[in-house]
Design a protein around this ligand. Sequence first.
Ligand code: HEM
Length: 411
Amino acid sequence: MPQLDLTHPIDLGSQHWSAAAVHLQGNIVKPHGRKHTVMFLFVLAQGDGLRAALRDLAAVFVTSATGQQNQRDRIESAPNSVFGNLGLSAAGYRKLGFDQEALQKVFAHRGYTQNWFLEGMKAKGDEWGDAANQLEAFYQKAAVDGYLLLACADECGLLEAAAMAKQRLSGCCEVVHEERGQVLEQNGLEYEPFGFRDAISMPSVLTTAAAPPPHNAETLLFRDRLAGQSNCFGTFVVYRKLEQDVTGFDRAAQALGHVLGLTADEAAARIVGRRKDGTALVTDFSQDPSGRVCPLQAHIRKVNPQVSARGGRIVVPLYRRGVPYRTDKTQGLLFLSMQQNIATQFGLAMRDWVNDSDFPVPGTGTDSLLGRPGGVQNWNGISHDVGRHVTFRGGEFFFLPSLAFFHSLDG
Ligand code: HEM
């Protein structure tokens, strides 16, 4: 059986890929591409039959990478096709009977003793400035064991599948929370709630990536050592519900514009690092070392600085799969990123860049969109605080196991 080589990008035409793709969940190497989503967060029931019930749930609702490809080929004739991902938290694995020692071995990254996945997101709360009293009531409570994400191009199709899934979920767990997401589109382009084009800079592990160069598969895939067979992979997921105060952001952009002598839109572009239409202020940051054109604390410059604190080129890919949400009163982003190692990818970006007010140079300020704590940023010699208009409302770390893992669960 040909094994997928993680030290290279993935060639979709290769036998190695075909053999691995039947076991790998979809939405990992390629976004599922559907407009409407529902995310059921659940707590597993204790007792006999749990493992078999989860196995059966996965068999019905999880779409493999191969299945996703087949759906894509037929998408025009089947716009109602429903896509599904099933993820488990460390608490979920424990409920399934895996003890801490076993999990430490299974989810160990070479060279690292700390295991962020097993510790869970709440352990990072202080470091990331995730104020516990700002979490939504649900997210303050007990640990979540997993999530089922369903996605469909058609809203009615999604609601129908969601009702079926809910019934089926009741066989093995309690759905403790539900998040609805919807891609915000204008003329076929994706936007986020502050009004900026999104999903432009999307790293890829595919040799066919439109924006080269592709990354090696080892930046995204992690061997699923519980699958019971080789050639099975999963990925680690960071999920963060981030509420966006759109009015507050617009006011902040206006105030910044006033201070810098710019229009509100030009000032907003300096907070994000791209204009609302998606054009970058600077594409190669080495051409703008002092941040005169694109401020050093602009969001896209903090999360992908291109140059490390030591001056070398650095790329830390985060495979973003988030979707906006909106309720009567609030809106924001159901942020999801996939990566091979939470600590050295998402975690590094948060600690070394987003929340480090002295990166890349002392006095820069934290990421002007996300950084914690807040405080003033340096806008070309002018100190100004744009305030904080993104609030963390809750989240967790998950693993998206291989289909072979679910299949191996017995009664
Ligand atoms: C509500 C919160 C957020 C908003 C409104 C937001 C907004 C944006 C926008 C408008 C872009 C430009 C579009 C693009 O390049 O695809 C972007 C890019 C990006 N964001 Fe965020 N973002 C948010 C949260 C986060 C978080 C939590 C992270 C992870 C630390 C993150 C990481 C990135 C990355 C890696 C890019 C691509 C940068 C590049 O390579 O140019 N974002 N974000």
